[in-house]
Design a protein around this ligand. Structure first.
Ligand SMILES: [Zn+2]
Length: 482
């Protein structure tokens, strides 16, 4: 049908020599379309949206445009909406009743904050608000609530004696079955597995069970589980690039499990720091290259969470600005984390830099491999405020020399493809759903230009800069720092 429309326009032009009329609910006139798959700019296009779908894309000037919302796109750039593939909506302190309602509302307000920043799809990676998330997912779908497409994991899965609030414990094979059927009943999209208290074999069994059930599996691997074996068990996504460290050092040390039990597995503890430093000393670049190749072969994606490693130290000031739009509970949780890091001994801070260097090593190797990079911030309670943090994530990787086109594809098409949605999402293409970002500057020139947001289209609905600013202002007013 779409091809026919383009054909009709061409035929009318040829026969009648006049410009046919094209109408739509929303039209971007004379805009530069960014083809994120090929990494090129297609200049001077008219992009016509009907309902929530991109209906027509034709060179500017071929048709007369009619729309109640005709947006002048001259000098602007249209990209697909961005995807944050690792973020959290969680409260952590839910057991303390006084936090419950406020933190629930603060989390709900994070939804519009994502959209305002051009993030139109997110993957929640486990927390303690599942019942609310299911409700919000429904309200977003029905258009009652402004928020991104919400992909969910539900609560995290852990082994015996879970560490995180709201996690489910898996100890036996029948636990695996019952948890998977419970989560599937909630129509989650994947399962988040935390290696902390898992025996590796049991963890691999959960991954395999997910594969069988048709669910994505995401693993946060600490030190005692092999990222290679996890990938070979058909892991869908490694929750953090940094989790490749022990594989690259060729060491999985079960004594780490003991450290965890004794609660000394934090970067501030000398024994842990010494151990991790010894891992870093042994990292082998050749092996790392092979691991990344295995991830590519097994189609296990790597989720960046690049900045969260460091935002606790050197980029703190930048991130503090993003806290203006979040509620006091989340704001405090992020600031507390920054403060904890400040008090760390220098050996621990040095370790953070080594984490950062390792991530850079992975980043340098990824573009030459076929392994899939997905962009994730790990934002949410206790980590980072969402929104601008996503753009800082891209910018920080861009600053390491990673091509803007590579990062932009990772931020959009890769994620849609990973979720099996690339027929309908992930690029500015006829027939796809209109989740779009209008930029004032070309993101292929600098990935920093994703920050120059002129407007956002969410499911066909256009929010111009004024509307976006109004939403930001109302959040800032509501949560004004005192
Ligand atoms: Zn996380």
């Amino acid at each position: 049908m779409k091809t026919n429309l383009v054909l009709t326009i061409a035929v009318q032009l040829a026969i009648f020599g006049c410009r046919p009329k094209v109408s739509g609910d929303l039209i971007f006139s004379n805009v530069n379309v960014i083809d994120v798959i090929e990494g090129v700019t297609i200049e001077n296009q008219d992009v016509v949206i009907d309902g929530n779908q991109i209906n027509t894309i034709i060179p500017h000037g071929q048709a007369k445009l009619y729309s109640d919302q005709l947006i002048e796109g001259d000098g602007k750039f249209l990209i697909p909406g961005l995807w944050d593939m690792h973020m959290h909506l969680r409260a952590r302190k839910l057991e303390k009743e006084q936090y419950k309602d406020e933190l629930a509302e603060e989390n709900k307000d994070l939804l519009s904050l994502h959209v305002v920043n051009g993030i139109t799809s997110v993957h929640e990676m486990g927390g303690d608000l599942t019942d609310l998330l299911l409700e919000w997912r429904g309200s977003i779908r029905s258009g009652e609530l402004l928020g991104p497409n919400l992909y969910l994991t539900g609560p995290k899965i852990e082994g015996k004696d879970p560490i995180f609030a709201g996690s489910y414990s898996v100890e036996t094979e029948s636990d695996i079955d019952s948890i998977i059927s419970l989560l599937m009943g909630w129509k989650v999209d994947g399962i988040k597995i935390m290696d902390g208290s898992f025996e590796p074999e049991a963890l691999f069994e959960v991954i395999k069970a997910c594969k069988q059930a048709g669910l994505k599996s995401y693993a946060h691997l600490f030190i005692a589980t092999s990222p290679l074996e996890a990938s070979n068990s058909h892991l869908s996504g490694l929750a953090h690039m940094i989790n490749l460290v022990p594989a690259a050092a060729l060491q999985y040390d079960l004594s780490l499990r003991e450290m965890r039990a004794k609660q000394i597995n934090n970067p501030g503890h000398p024994a842990y720091t010494t151990y991790l430093n010894s891992l870093y000393d042994r990292i082998n670049d050749g092996i790392l290259r092979e691991i990344i190749q295995t991830y590519a072969d097994n189609e296990t994606a790597l989720i960046s969470t690049y900045n969260v490693v460091r935002s606790q130290s050197t980029t703190r000031a930048k991130h503090i600005q993003t806290l203006k739009y979040v509620g006091p509970g989340i704001r405090k949780s992020v600031l507390d984390r920054f403060e904890r890091t400040k008090r760390m001994p220098s050996v621990a801070l040095h370790l953070i830099e080594r984490n950062f260097d390792f991530n850079n090593k992975v980043l340098q190797l990824l573009p030459e491999s076929n392994a899939k990079l997905l962009i994730g911030t790990d934002s949410g309670f206790g980590n980072l405020a969402p929104g601008l943090s996503y753009h800082y994530e891209l910018d920080a990787m861009g600053s390491q020399g990673v091509r803007p086109s590579y990062l932009l594809k990772a931020a959009t098409y890769n994620a849609a493809e990973f979720m099996g949605k690339h027929d309908l999402e992930g690029s500015v293409t006829i027939g796809k759903i209109a989740d779009l970002v209008l930029l004032n500057k070309n993101p292929l020139q600098s990935i920093r230009n994703t920050q120059a947001i002129n407007g956002v289209v969410r499911n066909g609905k256009f929010l111009d800069r004024n509307m976006l600013d109004q939403i930001l202002q109302s959040l800032a007013n509501k949560y004004e720092a005192n």
